[in-house]
Design a protein around this ligand. Structure first.
Ligand code: PLP
Length: 418
């Protein structure tokens, strides 16, 4: 039998998506159409957002948020170091300066206890990622933002479906930005969405995503060409083909999330066993609290696989994850062999990824621009980048795939130890 092939991600398109695209192609409207408006309305309904604005990508959405609050040169934004470079680049594109905050070790999310010390008179905002779909500690982060009058942006590229207490991620802060890139929870090819509780911010983003026009939707114009320009702007609109795909994908979101969660439960069970038997790895974001799969940030890790659990929280954990994948962190002894373990998994037909190859301040351009000083020292985020492997749990896979991943990893690690 040929070996099982387990891709890291695969777009989940079926007849509904194919027909929806053909329907767009059969008509005259490729942009400014009803599908993107319906996609925004449905996304707002599902997340509970008062305002949802479709954009070309999550990165474009984050840049629009920053430009809409007038962020610019001289301003600083505190940014999670362990994130996609997009979170920081969106700040850079406005001329403002990202100031990086290290992760806490158990989950990889930003360590909220570090934030206050990074605030200066120039700080305007905080940008946090919900790393791998596990909500960051928003109570603590929001209280730092509140005390210091800072805007809070949630990078929700990996957290569609993730909630914090009774709110969807993206609605605790001032704005949340989502990605519909192919390996995300839903995909439109390329695409993104901004959600916010603030009507005035939504209006500014809507105008800026379409050249700063007063009437960005041609349907609102008395006749073609009847518009004024009331501010600067770019073209970050989403087109009808993407909107049509997005609508179909939202119909399937609940099923996608349930499958991811079921796969994750099977995989984590197996990984825990490997961790216990070999000490070769720890499972990032693992725990046995009320949210089912992650520990409190107050827990500590003193060795791979060994978590010192803090006193139980007085109230149930508010974080409801929507995981995009499941990362393991190898023991120090095995970190030098991380890449060969990835290659061995690939040879066994198993696709993996690394979230993220370096903390943002350690990428070449950031080091050249901001230096290698204390600000670039984010040891916890760096250890995750060096030693982690992201394993797939997407809805294209099932429990048999999860078992195959764990079995392959277990035997590779046994071979590595020998
Ligand atoms: C955390 C995070 N933010 C932003 C992005 C960028 O999203 P997009 O490609 O939609 O701009 C990514 C992409 O993987 C990401 O992982």
């Amino acid at each position: 039998m040929p070996p099982r092939v387990i891709p890291f991600g695969r777009p989940m398109f079926g007849d509904a998506e194919r027909q929806a695209v053909l329907d767009v192609l059969a008509g005259p409207t490729l942009t400014h159409g009803p599908r993107v408006r319906a996609f925004e309305a449905r996304f707002a309904e599902i997340t509970g957002a008062p305002h949802a604005i479709a954009v070309g990508s999550c990165t474009a959405g984050m840049e629009l948020v920053w430009r809409s609050i007038g962020l610019g040169p001289g301003d600083e934004v505190i940014v999670s170091a362990q994130t996609h470079v997009a979170t920081a680049h969106a700040v850079i594109m406005t001329g403002a300066t990202p100031v990086f905050a290290d992760s806490e070790p158990v989950t990889g999310n930003v360590d909220p206890t570090l934030l206050e010390s990074l605030v200066t008179p120039r700080t305007r905002a905080i940008a946090v990622v919900h790393y791998l779909g596990l909500p960051a500690d928003l109570d603590a982060i929001r209280s730092v933002a509140g005390r210091n009058g800072l805007f809070l942006l949630e990078d929700c590229a990996l957290s569609l479906g993730g909630r914090y207490r009774d709110a969807h991620t993206g609605l605790i802060g001032d704005a949340g930005c989502f990605s519909f890139y192919p390996v995300k929870h839903i995909t439109t090819g390329e695409g993104g969405m901004v959600i916010t509780r603030h009507a005035d911010l939504a209006r500014r983003i809507e105008s800026m995503r379409a050249f700063g026009l007063d009437r960005s939707d041609p349907a609102a114009r008395r006749h073609p060409g009847a518009y004024d320009v009331v501010g600067p702007g770019a073209n970050h609109r989403m087109g009808e083909l993407a909107g049509a795909l997005g609508l179909c994908q939202l119909d399937r979101l609940a099923d996608f999330l349930a499958r991811r969660s079921a796969n994750d439960a099977v995989l984590v069970g197996r990984l825990r066993r490997i961790a216990g038997e070999t000490g070769a790895l720890r499972v990032l974001g693992d725990g046995s609290d009320s949210a089912g799969s992650h520990p409190r940030h107050t827990d500590t890790v003193d060795a791979p696989g060994r978590v010192n659990r803090a006193a139980p929280p007085a109230e149930a954990d508010p974080r409801r994850p929507a995981r995009i994948c499941r990362s393991i962190v190898l023991s120090d002894r095995l970190v030098p062999q991380r890449d060969s373990i990835i290659m061995a998994l690939s040879d066994a037909g198993i696709g993996t990824s690394v979230y993220y190859p370096r903390p943002v301040p350690c990428f070449t351009w950031y080091r050249r621009t901001f230096g290698d000083g204390p600000a670039a020292r984010v040891p916890v985020a760096a250890a995750i980048s060096r030693g982690s492997i992201a394993l797939p749990i997407g809805p294209h896979l099932d429990s048999t795939d999860m078992t195959a991943i764990a079995d392959a990893l277990g035997s590779i690690l046994c071979g590595t130890r020998a």
